[in-house]
Design a protein around this ligand. Sequence first.
Ligand code: FES
Length: 353
Amino acid sequence: MFHPLRVSAIERITDDAVAVTFAVPAELRETFRHTPGQHLNVRYSVDGAEIRRSYSICAPAVEQPADPVLRVGIRGVEGGAFSTYALKELAVGDQVEAMPPMGRFVLRPRPGLFAAVVGGSGITPVLSIAATLLAREPKARFCLIRSDRTAASTMFLDEVADLKDRYPDRFQLVTALSREEQSAGLPSGRLDTERLTALLPAMLSVPDVDGWFLCGPFGLVRGAEQALRALGVDRSRVHQEIFHVDDAPADAPAAARVTAPSDSTLTATLHGRSGSWPVQEAESLLETVLRSRSDAPYACKGGVCGTCRAFLVSGEVRMDRNFALEPEETDAGFVLACQSHPLTPEVELDFDR
Ligand code: FES
């Protein structure tokens, strides 16, 4: 469900990125209280067309009774309708519509050692995670390994430097720039699997890390995941969120794509109401639902944000790709409706679970 929110501040944080803060009305204070790492789905209409995007919340989570701070990071994406709009036209006082914070790439503060490997705008949710953790849990430590193109393109430089100043014993920062040499930090170059496999044990005690947070472009996240696997890190300790998937392969093998029955029926429950509809050729199950129910939840339609998560009550589906659900969720029967296509004549989804 979307709620209208007003823009209360816009700060330019790099040449191509802004931080946007939304004012939260008193009656929505609890609705918009976030867990560190979550994102906000926003809806806006440009030239009559509705666009939806999800943006991670960079502000630390505050506890009751303090007012939640809804500040998100938005980096310009070439051809990206909302980010272009946000960078060039969005103004203080404008109204956008937003869903309550969501997402499972989260860390609730607890004692322990945590680490993150982030690239580009992948710093956004991790900034919230690290700042909240260090402020609330004196027995927690955090190691941030970040990769950016150049210092000028690095988002939230001041906020990260502030964490270093405030928690010199509990916050460790390692920066790699892919296109620029720096006086301190790592030599320039991309952080790939090989480099990370050598680097991580030199920087921290890998077996002692209680949780890993990987966030950024597909190549970096996959590279870090493979490095952690090579270093013997258990999958259950690794959380990931992918921001750009253009270079990512689809999950479903080509052979599976031709086996979908041509006349499947989808039954779906959404906000307590059920309906059944025929699935048209090649459309995703989300598109089937959206033809009759405009309240079906979605943001990216690319298998990344997880907003369209639904429980598969019966039947079988194949997903084109999945960068949002953890293995435990797919094992438990959850699917991404925007990536799902029926493999059986009858499929039933429940969006309310
Ligand atoms: S809408 Fe984002 S994963 Fe389906």
